[in-house]
Unconditional design. Structure first.
Length: 274
């Protein structure tokens, strides 16, 4: 999330809005070389520092999973079992609807449409969304660890994501940039705060399946919906304006909220820990 925040803030600074194509290409190349350098450094750190697994299982549930012979595990069969899990399928769709909206890269375009020449502030609004989201993710994780109220917390955060999206939609065109900062921060707090809830809820619903498999499927869902939202919202913005594009996302968040209410809190991992 911190890397995403930097990604919102740095490009508008490194790549100014100029008409000269050659100068634009020069600035973009500098940004790309910097990105390549950071990625290479991270790769080296992963190779040197990361270990295969911790010396002790983090929970009783994981100890039970690790005690099974590896030859008994089938990745394909695991995916098929997950796809037959109705609660997980509902969660996968609702997670995709929420996280896919977050992956839509149209923020700068919408802000600049209403506030011309504010490319740097558009990046700062994106930074505000991510930083408030980091706080939301931390707080929701602590709350979930103490209360174990997976469905209730997930549903409340989903509803607040919808409320934040509605507030952002109807304040974007008011002409007050500071209001956009406030509503975008509220949206980011709950929208990004939902992401760890989705992963943890999925691990509960799918135990003893691999958490890597369930989280991978959630990410696939988010990418698919993110592509669909980017294309669909872009077309609607071109034809009907930014408010109509944001209302499309609000309608899908409303659908996701309703679907979340139908997920049963089958907390299998908690039962294994007990």
């Amino acid at each position: 999330q911190l890397g995403i925040a930097v990604g919102f803030l740095v490009p508008p600074v490194l790549v100014p809005n100029v008409e000269d194509v050659e100068k634009l290409a020069y600035h973009i190349s500098i940004m790309f070389f910097m990105t390549a350098g950071v990625a290479t450094a991270l790769f080296i750190l992963v190779v040197i520092v990361f270990k295969e697994k911790p010396p002790h299982p983090p929970s009783r549930a994981q100890a039970l999973v690790q005690s099974r012979p590896t030859e008994e595990y089938s990745y394909v069969q695991s995916i098929l079992r997950l796809l037959r899990n109705a609660n997980f399928m509902l969660l996968m769709v609702t997670y995709g609807l929420n996280a896919g909206k977050k992956k839509s890269p149209l923020l700068n375009r919408m802000v600049i449409h209403h506030y011309p020449g504010e490319e740097v502030n558009a990046g700062r609004i994106g930074l505000t969304i991510v930083l408030s989201g980091m706080a939301g993710a931390l707080i929701s994780g602590i709350w979930l660890d103490r209360t174990k109220t997976y469905k209730q917390t997930t549903l409340v955060v989903y509803i607040m994501s919808l409320v934040g999206m509605i507030a952002y939609t109807f304040t974007l065109s008011l002409g007050h940039l500071w209001v956009v900062f406030v509503t975008a921060g509220m949206l980011g707090f709950f929208m990004t705060g939902y992401l760890p809830l989705g992963f943890e809820f999925a691990a509960e619903l799918t135990y003893p399946e691999s958490e890597g498999t369930s989280s991978g499927l959630l990410n696939v869902s988010a990418q698919i919906f993110g592509i669909a939202f980017t294309i669909g919202q872009g077309q609607i913005i071109d034809c009907f304006g930014t408010k109509a594009g944001n209302l499309l996302l609000c309608s899908f968040l409303c659908l996701g909220t309703i679907m979340t209410a139908f997920i049963k809190a089958d907390l299998r991992r908690q039962q294994a820990n007990l």
